[in-house]
Design a protein around this ligand. Structure first.
Ligand SMILES: C[S@@+](CC[C@H](N)C(=O)[O-])C[C@H]1O[C@@H](n2cnc3c(N)ncnc32)[C@H](O)[C@@H]1O
Length: 273
């Protein structure tokens, strides 16, 4: 898939996923979010930028940490995500949060304007993650820090078959490089190439807990990166994809639901020059 097409599939796919996202993913992503926020150790008055912020699951705790004298600029490629996050910031009365649509590879902000850059579970969808990390590096002041979370290695993520199941039904690759950054020390190496120093990474094992078949299929097909392709499936294609996906996670059936293994890698680095 060429990179322009990948960006469009992500942009419009996440527009469709936005309304379902928190229902299916809030609880499941909490271990990665906690680790990222702990490593970021945000302080009052700091200026943070968040890349691929989604509905704001990291943005809002970050905003509480920097306080009203600080700021969090939340960016995302999906209009629906940016609109949701902006409305939620208003509802919560968090005037230190602003939401802007921006491609991770082209942050529309001047050099050196932020103390901290955050990106939770977004880099796997970006056609050129090195360029996205270079952009995070560019907008940080010297001494500023970046903390990034990605999904881990493919063999440690029990739901990984979702991509090939959907790809076979659309004859293309929806997320061609999804597990690349989570394998070995790929994330740290890519951060190093982008210019970051002082690199540290943690690998976290987790379990994705689904109460039912509907819950597992909703998370996989409605609330995530294959939502655009799925929205175009007819009923019988959907039923076939559900059955194949449930078979692929059947080893992790627990009670009436599933406990599917997963893994995150969370890394931090500093702009040293
Ligand atoms: C799994 S969600 C993560 C949202 C949030 N960071 C969280 O942890 O809950 C992935 C997000 O990446 C965004 N995204 C995908 N490709 C992107 C790109 N090229 N530039 C910016 N955001 C992108 C999607 O729109 C989506 O909101």
């Amino acid at each position: 898939m060429d990179s322009r097409l990948q960006r469009r599939v992500q942009r419009y796919g996440w527009d469709k996923a936005a309304a379902h996202y928190e229902k299916y993913w809030h609880r499941q992503l909490a271990p990665a979010h906690h680790q990222l926020l702990e490593m970021a150790a945000l302080q009052p008055n700091e200026r943070a930028i968040e890349v691929a912020a989604g509905t704001g699951l990291v943005t809002f705790p970050a905003a509480e940490a920097v306080g009203t004298a600080g700021s969090v600029v939340a960016t995302d490629i999906s209009d629906a995500m940016v609109t949701f996050l902006g409305a939620e910031a208003t509802t919560r009365g968090l005037s230190q949060v602003s939401a802007t649509r921006a491609d991770a590879e082209e942050l529309v902000f001047p050099d050196a304007g932020f103390d901290v850059a955050l990106c939770a579970l977004g880099l796997m969808y970006v056609p050129d993650p090195l360029q996205a990390l270079r952009e995070m590096h560019r907008v940080l002041r010297p001494g500023g820090r970046a903390v990034v979370a990605v999904w881990g290695a493919r063999q440690n993520c029990g739901w990984a078959e979702i991509f090939s199941i959907v790809d076979r039904r659309v004859s293309s690759e929806v997320c061609p490089l999804f597990f690349q950054l989570g394998s070995g020390d790929a994330l740290l190496q890519t951060m190093k190439l982008a210019g970051f120093g002082g690199l540290v990474a943690h690998r976290i094992s987790t379990k994705l807990m689904y109460d039912s078949e509907d819950d597992a299929c909703g998370a996989a097909f409605l609330g995530g990166p294959v939502a655009l392709a799925y929205s175009r499936f007819d009923e019988s294609t959907r039923a076939g994809a559900h059955a194949e996906y449930l078979a692929s996670i059947s080893a992790w059936q627990a009670d009436r639901g599933y406990a599917v293994p997963g893994e995150f890698v969370v890394a931090e680095g500093r702009r040293t020059n």
